[in-house]
Write a protein that binds this ligand. Structure first.
Ligand code: COA
Length: 254
């Protein structure tokens, strides 16, 4: 199972479990996560959700081979179902990030409520480097959180940044020694579980409701561009180069 889910003491844990491919996310994995989040909405026993990866890798983002083989064609594709569920989740979401969080590994955090990072965490959104564009409403939410210039640097250049930088810019709540990450994330999730669930849900909704429509619209707008760009020659060159372990050559495209 490339996505592991477990429910314990009010916490639904969703774990990336494909370490041989750096937890790269396939369509089937998006579907599993979307289904788990959908189920959590109606399961009264779930009062908080926790996303975790492996100590050495959170996730390398979209599985690039799978993306080329099974590109998301519509707004009902698994990746969009996942985005729909995570961006509408009424219950609090905690993320524990260690190792690299690439692409959606970083942008999904914009929809989490509490984000804890190990000191080895590295964040990146290399969409432009792949001939693609931002997703998950990151082109709206990331500039809001960190300011336009800092967002532009991370989204245009796509270079990785450290846990401390992510914390300084407000993407991450706290940086922790790697061996304490899971314990602290679980403690924080347990605190949420112990509080009145209706107050937690209402507080979250109040913080988010004023821009829910804008987030939905941005996810749809980004999705249109993303789907078109995925079949364009720039992305084919970039993704082909990654899979063939060579440097991409974009000089042929104007
Ligand atoms: N899609 C598909 N396969 C991926 C992948 C991805 N996003 N990320 C890693 N893999 C695969 C590699 O192809 C390799 O497979 P192989 O062993 O069959 O050759 C394996 O996972 C290990 O990856 P490798 O690159 O050797 O690991 P690393 O520790 O040197 O680097 C990363 C880790 C995450 C920095 C690097 O794999 C990477 O940059 N991945 C691509 C990230 C990306 O662009 N994601 C898409 C964002 S939209």
């Amino acid at each position: 199972m490339d996505i592991l889910t477990s429910k314990n003491a009010g916490i639904l844990t969703i774990e990336f479990n494909r370490p041989d491919k750096k937890n790269a996310i396939t369509a089937a994995m998006y579907q599993s996560m979307a289904d788990a989040l959908r189920d959590a909405e109606t399961d009264g026993a779930v009062r908080a959700i926790l996303f975790v990866g492996k100590p050495e890798i959170f996730t390398a983002g979209n599985d690039l081979s799978d993306f080329m083989a099974n590109p998301p064609r519509t707004e009902t594709s698994p990746v969009f179902q996942f985005l729909q569920q995570i961006s509408h989740a009424s219950k609090p979401i905690v993320a524990a990030v260690s190792g690299a969080a690439v692409g959606i590994g970083t942008t999904m955090l914009l929809h989490c409520d509490l984000v804890y990072a190990a000191d080895n965490a590295r964040f990146s959104m290399p969409f432009a480097q792949l001939g693609l564009c931002p997703e998950a409403a990151s082109s709206l939410l990331f500039p809001q959180i960190v300011g336009y210039q800092r967002a532009a640097e991370k989204l245009l250049l796509g270079e990785a940044f450290s846990a401390q930088e992510a914390c300084d810019m407000g993407l991450v709540n706290r940086v922790l020694p790697a061996d304490q990450l899971l314990q602290v994330a679980l403690q924080q999730a347990a605190k949420l579980v112990a509080l009145p669930a209706s107050s937690i849900r209402t507080t979250k909704r109040l913080m988010k409701s004023s821009q829910q429509a804008a987030i939905e619209a941005k996810i749809a707008e980004e999705g249109q561009h993303f789907r078109a760009m995925l079949s364009a020659p720039e992305a084919k060159e970039a993704i082909g180069a990654f899979l063939e372990k060579r440097k991409p050559d974009f000089t042929q495209f104007s």
